[in-house]
Write a protein that binds this ligand. Structure first.
Ligand SMILES: NC(=O)c1ccc[n+]([C@@H]2O[C@H](COP(=O)([O-])OP(=O)(O)OC[C@H]3O[C@@H](n4cnc5c(N)ncnc54)[C@H](O)[C@@H]3O)[C@@H](O)[C@H]2O)c1
Length: 310
């Protein structure tokens, strides 16, 4: 990478293995620590599987898939690394314990990011003697394929650590956003949750099938959202006067819809209804088969749109 020689991955499960592939493709040497004896084989297999996909996206020009090393301790793995991405299980006691293990071994300039989806930065900072260099760097699964990383610091974070993390992610081809205030689920997971809540409500009410509700997103607004966000799209939906005119014209309709949105709970009956609906939609195909189809489509969309982004 431009000015990052070595990155370290702490915790190499679903997310950590994917980060490993991304940082290798971006040209860093990557040191991995995961206590599972099977982790080295699993990560090497994951990188081998991800590499052709990254190649198709034109992201491997600087990289070497073999520039990865595996270490017996977190402290050994972080030695000499300029950037550390922590992706251990989402349990606060595990996060605190691992920070205590590697913090004393960090290089003076090293920045550390956590992939945590639900834990707040404040909760995780309690595991640090000096949390100034510690930020949130929340990816979307799989991080080597989905561009978004949500980056955050707070009043205990050195602002230059947030800038540094953002620069490293961008150099690796990611699209970053800044989260300015701690809320559960950061930004993107909350948006997903809001949409899924209404999808479930509509299915429960029998307004449409699970398959058709999914189709209503990927064949409709989902395709537009892959180009621009919802507010950017509505800016174009009421002629040359833009968003102000859209809000004036359609505000009352949105109020009517917002007032009628559902508030379902994820009880057993709801989970079963969704599982039955998706089984019908996918016609007995395995999740591996469907996952491969998802990756093919995402790579095709990325390949087509990335060169056109301003
Ligand atoms: N799975 C997702 O979709 C997703 C998306 C974004 C962020 N995240 C976040 O990423 C983090 C990791 O999630 P995951 O889905 O990869 O979990 P996972 O269970 O697949 O992987 C966790 C890995 O950490 C290892 N581990 C356990 N204890 C450890 C320790 N003390 N030191 C080092 N490694 C240790 C485990 O062996 C395992 O390989 C969580 O904070 C999660 O919230 C997950």
């Amino acid at each position: 990478m431009k000015d990052l020689d070595k990155a370290t991955i702490i915790g190499a499960g679903v997310i950590g293995a994917s980060w490993t592939a991304l940082f290798l493709a971006a040209g860093a040497r990557v040191a991995v620590f995961d206590p599972q004896p099977s982790a080295e084989r699993a990560v090497r297999d994951y990188v081998a599987g991800a590499w052709p996909v990254l190649e198709r996206l034109g992201m491997t020009g600087r990289g070497d898939p073999d520039a990865v090393s595996f270490h017996a301790s977190a402290a050994e793995a972080v030695e000499g690394a300029g950037f550390v991405q922590e992706s251990v299980p989402e349990r606060i006691e595990i996060k605190h314990e691992i920070y205590a293990q590697f913090e004393p071994a960090l290089d003076a300039q090293a920045v550390v990011a956590s992939s945590a989806s639900g834990l707040t930065l404040t909760e995780m900072q309690a595991g640090w003697r000096d949390p100034a260099r510690f930020v949130l760097g929340h990816p979307f699964n799989p991080p080597h394929l989905i561009p978004l990383v949500e980056v955050m610091g707070n009043d205990r974070t050195d602002p230059s650590a947030v800038d540094r993390a953002e620069a490293i992610y961008r150099d690796a081809g990611k699209v970053t956003i800044r989260v300015n205030r701690e809320v559960p689920g950061h930004v993107a997971n909350r948006l997903q949750a809001a949409l899924w809540r209404e999808a479930i409500h509509l299915a429960k009410e029998g307004v449409a099938s699970v398959e058709d509700i999914d189709k209503a997103i990927w064949a409709g607004p989902g395709l537009r959202w892959a180009a621009m966000g919802p507010t950017g799209i509505f800016n174009l939906a009421a002629g040359p006067q833009g968003l102000a005119e859209f809000c004036r014209r359609y505000g009352p309709s949105f109020h009517r819809w917002w007032d009628d949105l559902g508030d379902p709970r994820m009880d057993d009956e709801t989970a079963q209804m969704l599982a039955d609906g998706i089984a019908e939609a996918t016609g007995g195909r395995s999740t591996a088969e469907i996952g491969a189809e998802r990756d093919t489509l995402i790579v095709a969309i990325q390949k087509a749109t990335a060169p056109l982004r301003r």
